[in-house]
Design a protein around this ligand. Structure first.
Ligand SMILES: [Fe+2]
Ligand SMILES: [Fe+2]
Length: 245
């Protein structure tokens, strides 16, 4: 697999929100709106980034198609933000300017290390897979369910894309470097998982996740990604990723 294929994939996936069944009028009742408002505001904010720093860092890969793929990835995340934003406007939910978790996240990824930045971004993709599954389960809104379903399909693709880049870094490390990578990343993911539970437990609980189930789901996604990074599991081609989420 080459990054040329990923670039082509991101190019061809631009109109993937066109089929969303927008109702044009509020679908959430007061209880549901109260339940999801805080987290959907934060995820909408988190998905919306200009990605300038990431674009610059991507040049370290010395592969023009990787940089073009990163550009496509950033646009796709912005599409997620736009779809969530349109839904929030329909429900009269305000967007937010800042949030402490988003500020910390965006500060962490402003390192000069492309490898570390991808590690953090991949952790965010893994978190997204669990959160949007919970949100899809937690809501009765047809529109929001459809948005979550499309985002989940996209995030599965993003996980394949990020793991294929991280694998290139992992394979360059010696055995001690690989040991450090695996253990540091596991510790980082554990810490992230705790934060995510305490931040979004109301939606996660309504979506069927207890604390134990949530931690298990996040660490299972992490283990699957780690197996791809270290070469113990195949990384799917863009056209072959499982589309059922
Ligand atoms: Fe996203
Ligand atoms: Fe993503």
């Amino acid at each position: 697999m080459t990054f040329k294929e990923w670039h082509q994939y991101f190019q061809s996936n631009r109109d993937h929100f066109d089929y969303i069944p927008w109702s044009g009028e509020p679908e959430l009742d007061g209880f549901e709106e109260k339940l999801i408002t805080r987290s959907i505001q934060q995820f909408q904010k988190g998905e919306n980034s200009d990605g300038k720093h990431l674009m610059q860092l991507s040049e370290k890969m010395n592969d023009d198609y990787y940089t073009l793929s990163i550009k496509g990835l950033i646009q796709e995340e912005q599409n997620h933000a736009a779809a969530l934003g349109q839904f929030m406007a329909q429900e009269k939910i305000d967007t937010i300017g800042n949030h402490w978790l988003d500020t910390i996240f965006k500060r962490i990824i402003k390192t000069p290390s492309l490898e570390f930045t991808i590690m953090v971004l991949l952790a965010a993709e893994l978190v997204a897979t669990v959160y949007y599954k919970a949100l899809r389960q937690a809501t009765y809104s047809r529109t929001l369910k459809a948005i979550c379903r499309q985002i989940l399909v996209d995030e599965q693709m993003h996980i394949q894309f990020q793991t294929s880049a991280l694998q290139l870094f992992y394979l360059k490390h010696n055995s001690f470097g690989r040991f450090l990578f695996r253990n540091f990343y596991l510790a980082f993911m554990l810490l992230t998982s705790y934060v995510i539970w305490f931040q979004y437990s109301n939606v996660l609980k309504k979506g069927g996740y207890s604390f134990t189930k949530c931690m298990y789901a996040l660490l299972k996604e992490f283990a699957k990604a780690m197996r791809m990074i270290i070469g113990k599991a195949p990384i799917a081609q863009p056209q072959n990723v499982n589309q059922t989420c």
